[in-house]
Design a protein around this ligand. Structure first.
Ligand SMILES: C[S@@+](CC[C@H](N)C(=O)[O-])C[C@H]1O[C@@H](n2cnc3c(N)ncnc32)[C@H](O)[C@@H]1O
Length: 249
């Protein structure tokens, strides 16, 4: 009995790993996140597909119920896949699923995926660890689960040269305020990448002081906030080519 926790990557179907595709093609049942591309689900051609969430503030299945569904399916089917956006081990509640399955004597195998931060870095063509400017990267989120203590994401963001902030574009004003209050210079370069890896990708760049303004330009897609000196040239990268809008690809 094994449940495969598979990373679906940031959105573009061809960023799926070969291993993920192989397991999906063998799957009997796939429990998937809301943002997984239809083309990726089609690879699981013989599988029953079950949508189990999650987009912030919208429909989502309670985690406890997902855990139980996975365990029940593992007892019934040969290949059970839990397909998660990006990399399953980053901000994806993987631990809760792994822990529950292990406690129920069900094996777990994790298949990594491309996370939003690396997809966003590729999208704007700026290395997160540019030599001479950045030797550390922090993946942070201000988001915590209900009833949990607030995270010290600000401390982590101050300590790292480059910061990728997940699940935060909707709270950009609060994020900027918190960072500036903690000592981050308002002129720190920032970029926001929405729908990284997809044809609908949109990118914005500026300074930390303008973060809320930049975030207000995003539409409805998942968006990542990037922060750090390496993004000092991001404005030039996202600037519109003559006669085209900045976001057009
Ligand atoms: C619940 S977290 C899951 C992260 C995922 N496990 C990963 O490794 O990318 C969802 C957040 O990831 C970011 N995200 C996911 N896909 C993205 C994309 N294609 N472009 C930009 N940000 C994305 C957004 O910040 C979104 O709110």
């Amino acid at each position: 009995m094994t449940v495969y926790l598979v990373g679906a990557g940031p959105g573009a179907p061809d960023l799926l790993t070969l291993r993920a595709a192989r397991i999906l093609a063998q799957a009997d049942i796939v429990f998937h996140d809301a943002l997984v591309a239809p083309e990726v689900l089609q690879i699981a051609f013989r599988a029953e597909k079950v949508l189990v969430g999650k987009r912030s503030g919208r429909y989502s299945t309670a985690q406890r119920f997902i855990n139980k569904q996975l365990a029940d399916a593992a007892r019934k089917h040969r290949v059970v896949v839990r397909l998660k956006g990006g990399d399953p081990m980053l901000f994806g509640r993987a631990h809760e699923e792994i822990d529950f399955l292990r406690r129920n004597s069900i094996g777990v195998e994790v298949v990594p995926g491309i996370t939003a931060a690396t997809a966003a870095s590729a999208e704007i063509g700026i290395s997160l660890t540019r030599r001479g400017a950045a030797r550390s990267v922090a993946f942070v989120t201000p988001r915590v689960g209900q009833g949990e203590a607030p995270s010290n994401w600000v401390g982590a963001a101050l300590a790292a040269d480059t910061v990728a902030i997940y699940m935060a574009a909707g709270e950009a004003a609060v994020i900027a305020q918190a960072l500036i209050a903690a000592g981050k210079p308002p002129a720190t370069p920032v970029a926001i990448v929405e729908n990284a890896s997809l044809p609908s990708a949109r990118k914005f760049a500026g300074q930390l002081a303008d973060l809320a303004e930049l975030a207000a330009k995003t539409h409805d897609g998942p968006a990542l906030i990037l922060l750090g000196q390496v993004f000092s040239e991001a404005a030039a990268v996202v600037r519109p080519a003559r006669g085209r809008r900045a976001q057009a690809r």
